[in-house]
Design a protein around this ligand. Structure first.
Ligand SMILES: *[C@@H]1O[C@H](CO)[C@@H](O)[C@H](O)[C@H]1NC(C)=O
Ligand SMILES: *[C@@H]1O[C@H](CO)[C@@H](O)[C@H](O)[C@H]1NC(C)=O
Ligand SMILES: *[C@@H]1O[C@H](CO)[C@@H](O)[C@H](O)[C@H]1NC(C)=O
Ligand SMILES: *[C@@H]1O[C@H](CO)[C@@H](O)[C@H](O)[C@H]1NC(C)=O
Ligand SMILES: *[C@@H]1O[C@H](CO)[C@@H](O)[C@H](O)[C@H]1NC(C)=O
Length: 468
C-alpha cells in the first residue's frame, strides 16, 4: 500500500517538473549573456536547460506563480572565482544587451571578470531591469567610463556595489531616484566632483562607501536626512571644509571614516550625538585642533584614530570613560603634556599608539598594561617622556617603548637621587636618552646602567668626601 503511494507521489513530482519549462526568448537571452561572458564555448551545449535538468551554480531560477502554465525565470546570474576557478570569463568579456531579455533578474553579480578589454556600463541596462534588487560588479579593472544617468531608473534596487573598477566622472544626480537603495558602494574607482545633494533622497540607505576616489568639496547638507545610515566611509578622497557638523544628525551611525581627506577642525560638537558610534577614524586630515572632550560621552567607541591630524593640546582624561575602547591612535600629532595614567585602566585597550608627539613627564602605566600590549604599544618619538622603571623586565617591553628612565625618581636602594643632587636632572640626562629614536634597545639599557652606576658611584664618593 505504502509503495503504491510513494509511486504515485513520484509520478506527480515528475509530471510537475516536466510541466515547468522556460520561455524561448528568455532561454536564448541567457545563452547570449553567458556567451558574451564565459570562456567556455560549450557552456550552452552543456547547459541546455539551466533552470531544470542541467543547472550551473552561477544561475538561479524561480518559478513564477503568476504564469499559467508555470514557467521558470532566471532570477540570478553570479560569476566569480567562487563558482569556477580559475575565473571563467573570456578576455573579450562584455555585458550583452540580451540582459534585457531577462526581465525577472533580481541579482547580477560579476566579480573579477572584465579584466582585459575595456567595457562600459550600457545606459540601457538600467532602464529596463525592473525586478533588479542587487547589482554588484566588483574588481573588474577594465570596467570604465561613467555611471549612466539612467542609473536612477531601477525602482527596486537595494544594493549597488561597483567597487574596485575603473569608473570615473561625477556621481549622477539621478542616483537620488533609487528610493529603495540600502547599500551604495562605489569605493576604489576614480569618481570625481562633489557628492550630489540628491544622495539625501536615499532615505533607506544604511551603508555608504565612496572611499578611495577623487571626490572633492563639502559633504552635502542633505546627508543629514539619511536617518538609517549606519556606516559612512569616505576615506581617501579630497573632501575639504570642516569635519561636517551635519553628521551629528545620523543617530544610528556605527562607523564614521573620513580619514585621508583635507578636512579641517575643530571637530564639531554635534558629533556628540552619535551615541552608538563604535569606530571614529579621522587620520590624515589637517584638523589642527584639540581633542574634543565630548569623545568621552560616546560610550560605545571601540576604536578612535586621529593619527597625523596636527592635534594640539593635552590628551584629555575623558578616554578613561570609554570602557569598550580597544584601539586608540593619536600618533604623529603635536600633543603635549602627560600620558594620562588612567589609560591603563581600560581593560579592553589592546592597541595604543602615542608616538611622534610632544608628550612629556613620567609615564605611569603599569607593567601589566605594558606587558599586555607588547608591540602594540608605541610611545616612541616623544622627547620629553621618561619612565620610572629602573630594572625593567625587558621581556615585557615593547620595542616602541624606547624612552629613558627618569633620573629624578627613586633607584632601587631607596634614596632619591634628585633630592640630594644639586644638579638639574634634565641637565645631567645624557643626550642619547633625549633622542629616543635609537633603534637598539638593549644597548640603550646597557648605557643606562652604566650611567646609573656612574651616578651612584659619584654619589657615594661625594658622600664619603663629605663625611671626611
Ligand atoms: C582619474 O580621473 C582624473 C580626471 O578626473 C584623471 O586625470 C586621472 O588620470 C584618472 N586616474 C586614473 C587612474 O584613471
Ligand atoms: C561594551 O561591549 C559589550 C560587549 O560587546 C556590550 O555588551 C556593552 O553594552 C558595551 N558597553 C557599552 C557602554 O556600549
Ligand atoms: C604624519 O602626518 C603627516 C600629516 O600630518 C603625514 O604627511 C605624514 O606622512 C605622517 N607620517 C607618518 C609616519 O605617518
Ligand atoms: C605608530 O604610528 C607611527 C606613525 O605615526 C608608525 O610609524 C608606527 O609604526 C606606529 N606604531 C605601531 C606599533 O604600529
Ligand atoms: C614641545 O613642548 C615644549 C614644552 O614642553 C615646547 O617648548 C616646544 O615648543 C614643543 N615643541 C613642539 C614641536 O610643539
Amino acid at each position: 500500500m505504502a509503495s503504491v503511494h510513494l509511486f504515485l507521489f513520484g509520478l506527480l513530482l515528475f509530471t510537475a517538473e516536466a510541466m515547468v519549462a522556460m520561455e524561448d526568448e528568455e532561454l536564448h537571452g541567457l545563452f547570449q549573456v553567458m556567451g558574451a561572458l564565459l570562456e567556455d564555448s560549450d557552456w550552452v551545449h552543456e547547459h541546455p536547460q539551466p533552470c531544470t535538468d542541467t543547472p550551473w551554480p552561477g544561475v538561479k531560477c524561480e518559478v513564477s506563480d503568476d504564469d499559467d502554465p508555470q514557467v521558470f525565470h532566471v532570477t540570478e546570474i553570479h560569476i566569480g572565482p567562487d563558482i569556477v576557478s580559475p575565473p571563467p570569463c573570456k578576455s573579450s568579456a562584455y555585458l550583452s544587451g540580451s540582459l534585457l531579455k531577462l526581465p525577472y533578474l533580481k541579482t547580477i553579480s560579476i566579480f573579477n571578470c572584465f579584466v582585459a578589454s575595456p567595457i562600459i556600463l550600457p545606459a540601457t541596462l538600467f532602464g529596463s531591469l525592473s525586478s533588479l534588487e542587487h547589482l554588484a560588479l566588483q574588481s573588474n579593472p577594465s570596467l570604465s567610463g561613467e555611471l549612466p544617468s539612467s542609473l536612477g531608473q531601477v525602482p527596486r534596487l537595494r544594493v549597488l556595489s561597483l567597487s574596485q573598477n575603473s569608473l570615473q566622472g561625477q556621481i549622477p544626480a539621478q542616483i537620488g531616484g533609487l528610493g529603495c537603495l540600502e547599500q551604495l558602494d562605489l569605493s576604489y574607482n576614480n569618481f570625481s566632483g562633489q557628492i550630489p545633494k540628491e544622495i539625501g533622497d536615499l532615505k533607506r540607505m544604511a551603508i555608504l562607501d565612496l572611499s578611495g576616489n577623487e571626490i572633492e568639496g563639502n559633504l552635502p547638507y542633505s546627508v543629514g536626512q539619511l536617518n538609517d545610515l549606519q556606516k559612512i566611509d569616505l576615506h581617501s578622497n579630497r573632501l575639504t571644509g570642516e569635519v561636517p557638523s551635519v553628521l551629528g544628525k545620523l543617530k544610528r551611525l556605527v562607523l564614521l571614516d573620513l580619514s585621508h581627506n583635507f578636512l579641517s577642525g575643530p571637530v564639531s560638537e554635534t558629533l556628540s550625538n552619535l551615541e552608538v558610534l563604535e569606530y571614529l577614524v579621522l587620520d590624515g586630515n589637517p584638523i589642527k585642533a584639540r581633542i574634543p572632550l565630548f569623545i568621552g560621552n560616546l560610550k560605545k567607541l571601540k576604536s578612535v584614530s586621529f593619527s597625523g591630524c596636527g592635534l594640539i593640546g593635552p590628551i584629555p582624561n575623558c578616554f578613561s570613560t570609554l570602557k569598550n575602547l580597544t584601539a586608540l591612535f593619536l600618533d604623529n600629532n603635536s600633543l603635549s603634556g602627560p600620558v594620562p595614567p588612567n589609560l591603563g585602566s581600560l581593560l579592553n585597550l589592546d592597541q595604543l599608539n602615542l608616538s611622534h608627539n610632544n608628550l612629556s613627564g613620567v609615564i605611569e602605566l603599569s607593567d601589566d598594561f605594558i606587558g599586555k600590549l607588547g608591540e602594540r604599544l608605541d610611545i616612541s618619538g616623544n622627547s620629553e617622556l621618561c619612565t620610572s622603571h629602573h630594572q625593567p623586565n625587558k621581556e615585557n617591553l615593547s620595542p616602541y617603548l624606547e624612552i629613558p628612565a627618569c633620573l629624578s625618581s627613586k633607584p632601587r636602594n631607596g634614596k632619591s637621587l634628585a633630592g640630594e643632587s644639586p644638579e638639574d636632572p634634565a641637565e645631567i640626562k645624557p643626550t642619547q636618552y633625549i633622542s629616543s629614536t635609537s633603534s637598539n634597545l638593549s644597548s640603550s639599557w646597557l648605557d643606562l646602567q652604566v650611567v646609573l652606576f656612574t651616578l651612584i658611584t659619584n654619589f657615594v664618593i661625594c658622600s664619603l668626601f663629605f663625611l671626611l
